[in-house]
Design a binder for this molecule. Structure first.
Ligand code: NAG
Ligand code: NAG
Ligand code: NAG
Ligand code: NAG
Ligand code: NAG
Length: 520
């Protein structure tokens, strides 16, 4: 009888809901960052100063919305997608600035940018590359909106129009593209992985801001088992053994094409993995951590080492060897990837570790963010700010991993040769000194960080700076305290109506039994 009762009481909640903010940035990321900045620690402080001194993070930033966006010139329309990616970068940066500092001028400015676009944009148009804009700027835009989810003036006045834009413009495009409804997709492997991955990322992000479980499931299921290149098993085409060690590495779908686009795939894996992680779904671990295997392959090759290559064809292009074009490509994503696998999961990721070191040297110690490290579309494919948002030191991971902290020496990643040097003194090298490895030409780069002339001192609203740094340990989806993947997977299958019906049925049955028992 008592067993029955406790069974009934401990049943999981019936209604699915999303965690907010729950895309690229969680509340625990924000409180960790606040603590680090308050203590004047690097790289957080350096990164924060870079962020707050950008024109793209200034509350006086003025948006330039248009009704139709074109990524490239199309018929008599000129390319104007830079208007969107600049404004989205500003909305995200200002939202982040508000989250960290509590300065509502920043939240209002971010909210105004989103309002301007949500009430002006009607279509993303042009050739197939409109899907790149929908995917890349879509997930960024949704992430900017998600940051403001607990800013009431935004929720009351702007969020409904953003949701409408998501439902009218973005989500239908993600469905159309991932369902291969364009004539050019008659071969479902036609388009390179980044074209689909960005649409998966944006569908997930749009699902969260619209609270639409159907869209979320569509995107996550596509990533797991889709038939195109945006499904992880097709985006990482082959699992091969590393020469010498036998460690498994993942050859990328774009490895034979060039390294700049392969780097974009790594960046999008980071987005997809992080967005899912913050909703309690571990795509980073999916299929034997296939994302990690892909990162390790990429990093090993791009650091100047050989990699095995399995001939690739999709029926349109064929590659027989890994491409050295744009080898060493740098994109701001390695803090996220490194901190997830090495710091949170305690996994071995030696090439990723070295690649993070390499990219941090390039960025001068703190990973760049939207608008801080150059111009051109490639610099706006991701939001960056990894050193600010994802960097953890040992004190930050002890709490989420009580069992691991008891025996740190069992950690396979503790080998000194691959551990990143976290000393603040190492974070003072020259910014942007080298352009040897950027995927996009730096010759035409405008350095916005340098343009900004008046460094501002950010005032912290004391109420938002909290020493209570692990709010994630309280939430129902706080998987950080449960590192064991098999435990993570014991979650209620919220999306399946059949289970809900079954649930109701069992519940009623148990109640009737109880009643009969009591009446007896
Ligand atoms: C969720 O998205 C799907 C697919 O776009 C749509 O058919 C459905 O109406 C949406 N649900 C809600 C509640 O908006
Ligand atoms: C994992 O990848 C292998 C190929 O490397 C594939 O055969 C298998 O179906 C994949 N499993 C899942 C669950 O995706
Ligand atoms: C990268 O590694 C080198 C050599 O170990 C070290 O001197 C440098 O400080 C590291 N850079 C960062 C940003 O940790
Ligand atoms: C918020 O930021 C704006 C612009 O940087 C600044 O003028 C204002 O003083 C700040 N407000 C507070 C309360 O710190
Ligand atoms: C996770 O937990 C299960 C059940 O307790 C156990 O069998 C498994 O070995 C654990 N896995 C890891 C990686 O600790």
């Amino acid at each position: 009888m008592f067993l029955f009762l406790s069974f009934v009481i401990s049943l999981p909640p019936l209604v699915a809901s999303f965690v907010h903010p729950g895309l690229l940035v969680s509340d625990s990321d924000i409180s960790r960052t606040q603590k680090k900045i308050k203590a004047n620690q690097d790289p957080w402080t350096t990164s924060w100063n870079t962020l707050t001194n950008l024109p793209f993070s200034d509350p006086s930033y003025t948006p330039s919305p248009v009704s139709a966006v074109y990524r490239s010139t199309w018929e008599d329309h000129t390319a104007n997608a830079q208007l969107l990616w600049h404004d989205v970068a500003a909305a995200f940066n200002l939202g982040l600035r508000w989250k960290i500092s509590g300065n509502t001028s920043c939240a209002d400015a971010a909210s105004n940018i989103l309002h301007a676009w949500a009430t002006t944009l009607i279509s993303i148009d042009g050739g197939d590359d409109k899907y790149l804009t929908a995917g890349l700027q879509g997930y960024e835009l949704a992430n900017a909106a998600e940051l403001l989810r607990d800013y009431q003036p935004f929720v009351d006045n702007v969020l409904p129009s953003v949701v409408e834009m998501a439902n009218n413009v973005f989500i239908p495009m993600h469905y159309r593209w991932l369902n291969h409804e364009e004539p050019s997709e008659h071969n479902v492997l036609h388009f390179f992985a980044n074209w689909e991955l960005c649409n998966v990322a944006s569908a997930m992000a749009m699902a969260v801001i619209t609270d639409n479980q159907t869209v979320w499931d569509f995107a996550v299921n596509y990533f797991k088992t889709g038939d195109g290149t945006g499904a992880i098993n097709n985006a990482i085409t082959n699992i091969i053994e590393e020469p010498g060690t036998g460690v498994l590495l993942g050859q990328g779908q774009e490895s034979g094409r060039d390294q700049g686009h392969s780097a974009l795939d790594m960046q999008l894996f980071g987005v997809i993995g992080q967005q899912a992680w913050n909703q309690g779904e571990d795509l980073f671990a999916y299929n034997d951590s296939r994302i990690l295997r892909g990162m390790e392959y990429f990093a090993r090759y791009n650091l100047g080492n050989d990699v095995p290559f399995v001939p690739y064809t999709n029926g349109i292009v064929s590659y027989t060897e890994v491409s050295s074009a744009s080898r060493g490509a740098i994109r701001p994503t390695w803090e996220l990837l490194y901190n997830h696998y090495v710091m949170i999961k305690r996994m071995d990721a030696p090439w990723t570790t070295l690649y993070l070191n390499n990219t941090l040297d390039y960025y001068g110690g703190a990973e760049g963010g939207a608008g801080s490290w150059g111009e051109g579309s490639g610099h706006y494919d991701g939001l960056g700010w990894g050193s600010l948002l994802y960097r953890m030191d040992e004190s930050d991971v002890i709490a989420p991993f009580p069992s691991k902290s008891a025996s740190p020496t069992a950690n396979p990643t503790s080998s000194a040769s691959t551990t990143l040097n976290l000393a603040p003194s190492a974070m003072t090298t020259t910014t942007g000194a080298s352009d040897q490895s950027a995927p996009v030409s730096h010759s035409a780069t405008t350095n916005f960080a340098a343009v900004s002339t008046t460094p501002r001192t950010q005032t912290f609203a004391s109420s938002t700076i909290s020493d209570d740094n692990f709010p994630q340990l309280r939430g129902p989806k706080s998987h950080l305290r449960v590192p064991n993947k098999s435990l993570l997977e014991i979650t209620w299958p919220q999306s399946e109506a059949i289970f809900k019906i079954l649930y109701m049925y069992i519940y009623m049955y148990v109640c009737v039994c109880l009643l009969l028992y009591i009446v007896d």
